[in-house]
Design a protein around this ligand. Structure first.
Ligand code: GLU
Length: 464
C-alpha cells in the first residue's frame, strides 16, 4: 500500500452521470496503479435532495463499471456530530460567527450592490457582533484578513490564484444547523486522510475557500487535480439534450461496461494514439500527466464503435449471459432453441450493441418464421419450388452441418439447378430467417441445426 488516498464523493441526488463516472474512474485507476486506497463517500448532507434510491443507483452503476472501492461507502449523514464539533471549534476560536441577517435584508443588499455595479457579496454586518439575539442564524466562516490571496498548484490545471476580495464570509452551517458542502468536504477529506482530490473542474472555484478552511481547522491540505468537464457536440455542458447521460442508460441500451470505461477514460486522457484499453492496461498506463486541460466532447459514434469492438472480441459465453435479459425483454424464448453461445458467435461481427444482437438473434428461436413482406414476395415464389426441393434433398443427405460439408451440398445444388450461389443462398436465407440480412448462410444453417433448418424449409415449400 502506498500513501496515496483518493476518493469519489457523489451527492445522491440522482443517477450516476457520465461525468461522475469518469471522475470515479480516474480516482480508481490512480489508486490501483499506485497501490493506493480508493475511498467512496456519499455526500448526503442535503437531506431534502438525497435519496436512498440514488445511493443504490450510484453503487449499482459503479459496480457495473467495475469500480470497486477499498474503503467505504462512508455517509456524511452519519457524521453530523463531527461537523457540529468542528463548527463549534471555529466559533470558539473566533474563526466563525453567527449571522442573523434575514434573507430579506440580504436580498436588499444584493440588489443595491448590483445596482451600484459592485459584485454582490456579504458585507460582514454580523462579523463583530457580540450579542446573541433569540432569532434564526446561519454560521459564517470569517475570511482570514492576514493575506490577500490564496494560490494552489492544480495537478492538471497548473497554478491557480484567487484574490480574497473576490470572496466573502462563507456560510458553513445553515439556519437549521446543517453544515454546508465546503465545510464538510474539508473535514471529511482531512479526517479520511485523502492525499489527492480528483474531481470535476466545476469545483475549482470552491478550492481556495476549502484551502482556507483546511488552514483554519489546522489540517494539512491535500493536493488537487481538477478534471475538465464533458461537453456535448455543440460545446455546451453535456446534458440530457445530447442523449443519455446516465451510466445505466448505456447498460440498458446494450453497451458493455468495458466499452464505456474505455470511452470515458479517453475522453480527457490519451496515451499516444492508442484507442483500445482494457482495465488492466489502464491501471498500468493511466497517469494524470496525460489528462488534458480542456473539455472533452462526448462522441456517441465513437462509443458505439468501441462497443462493437468489445462485442466482436468478447467472450461468447459471457456475452450469452449478458444477452439473456435483452432476449427476455423481446419475449424471445432462448431456453428452447439453438445453443445461445453459437447464436452469439454468429452475431458478434454484426451487432454493435446487445440490443442489436437480441434483434439479430430473434429469428433463431422463432420457428414460425415471420417473413418480411418484400423479401417474401421476391424470394419465396412458386418458381423456387424446385430449388427448395433440391435443397431439402441435399441437406437431408448432408451427414453433418460443418462448413465444408455444407459447401459441398451447396455446390451440388448449384450444379443441378444451374443457379449461382446468391440465387440459392438468398431464398434459403429468407426461408430460414424471414429476411435478407443475416449471418452467413452456412453459419445460420449450422446454428439452427439440421432438424430445425429442414423443418423451416419444408414449411416454406408448403406455402409455394
Ligand atoms: N458531492 C460533490 C459533488 O457531487 C463532490 C465534490 C467533490 O468531489 O469535492 O459534486
Amino acid at each position: 500500500m502506498s500513501d496515496l488516498r483518493v476518493r469519489f464523493a457523489p451527492s445522491p441526488t440522482g443517477y450516476l452521470h457520465i461525468g461522475g463516472a469518469r471522475t470515479a474512474l480516474f480516482n480508481y485507476l490512480l489508486a490501483k496503479k499506485q497501490a493506493g486506497t480508493f475511498v467512496l463517500r456519499i455526500e448526503d448532507t442535503d437531506v431534502a435532495r438525497s435519496t436512498q434510491e440514488s445511493v443504490d443507483a450510484i453503487l449499482h452503476a459503479m459496480e457495473w463499471l467495475g469500480l470497486s472501492c477499498d474503503e467505504g461507502p462512508y455517509y456524511q449523514s452519519e457524521r453530523f456530530d463531527l461537523y457540529r464539533q468542528k463548527v463549534e471549534q471555529l466559533l470558539q476560536q473566533g474563526k466563525a460567527y453567527r449571522c442573523y441577517c434575514s434573507q430579506a435584508e440580504l436580498d436588499a443588499k444584493r440588489e443595491a450592490a448590483m445596482q451600484a455595479g459592485r459584485k454582490p457579496k456579504y458585507d460582514g454586518t454580523c462579523r463583530n457582533r457580540t450579542d446573541q439575539p433569540d432569532a434564526p442564524y446561519v454560521i459564517r466562516f470569517k475570511l482570514p484578513e492576514d493575506k490577500t490571496e490564496t494560490t494552489f498548484v492544480d495537478k492538471i490545471k497548473g497554478s491557480i490564484s484567487i484574490r480574497h476580495e473576490e470572496l466573502d464570509d462563507l456560510i458553513i452551517a445553515r439556519s437549521d444547523g446543517t453544515p454546508t458542502y465546503n465545510l464538510v468536504v474539508v473535514i471529511d477529506d482531512a479526517e479520511m486522510g485523502i492525499s489527492l482530490v480528483i474531481r470535476g473542474d466545476d469545483h475549482i472555484n470552491n478550492t481556495p475557500r476549502q484551502i482556507l478552511l483546511y488552514e483554519a481547522l489546522g489540517y494539512p491540505a491535500p493536493e488537487f487535480a481538477h478534471v475538465p468537464m464533458i461537453l456535448g457536440t455543440d460545446k455546451k455542458r453535456l446534458s440530457k439534450r445530447h442523449g443519455a447521460t446516465s451510466v445505466m442508460a448505456y447498460q440498458q441500451m446494450g453497451y458493455l461496461p468495458e466499452a464505456l470505461v474505455n470511452y470515458l477514460v479517453r475522453l480527457g486522457w490519451s496515451f499516444g494514439d492508442e484507442e483500445i484499453f482494457s482495465m488492466d492496461d489502464l491501471i498500468e498506463k493511466f497517469s494524470l500527466d496525460n489528462v488534458g486541460k480542456s473539455a472533452g466532447v462526448f462522441n456517441p459514434e465513437k462509443l458505439l464503435w468501441l462497443n462493437s469492438h468489445y462485442i466482436k472480441t468478447g467472450d461468447p459465453l459471457r456475452l450469452a449471459e449478458l444477452l439473456k435479459p435483452f432476449l427476455q425483454e423481446k419475449g424471445v424464448e432462448w431456453q428452447q432453441g439453438p445453443d445461445l453461445v453459437a447464436v452469439v458467435k454468429s452475431l458478434q461481427e454484426r451487432a454493435a450493441t446487445l440490443v442489436e444482437m437480441a434483434e439479430g438473434a430473434a429469428f433463431y428461436f422463432i420457428d414460425d418464421v415471420i417473413y418480411e413482406e418484400k423479401a417474401q414476395r421476391k424470394f419465396l415464389k412458386p418458381e423456387q419450388k424446385p430449388l427448395f426441393e433440391r435443397l431439402i434433398a441435399e441437406l437431408e443427405q448432408c451427414p453433418e452441418f460443418t462448413e465444408e460439408l455444407l459447401e459441398q451440398s451447396f455446390a451440388r445444388v448449384m450444379e443441378s439447378t444451374g443457379l449461382k450461389f446468391g440465387k440459392v443462398a438468398q431464398p434459403l436465407r429468407v426461408a430460414l430467417t424471414g429476411g435478407t440480412a443475416s449471418p452467413s448462410i452456412y453459419e445460420v444453417l449450422q446454428v439452427l441445426g439440421k432438424d430445425r433448418a429442414l423443418q423451416r424449409i419444408r414449411k416454406v415449400l408448403l406455402t409455394l
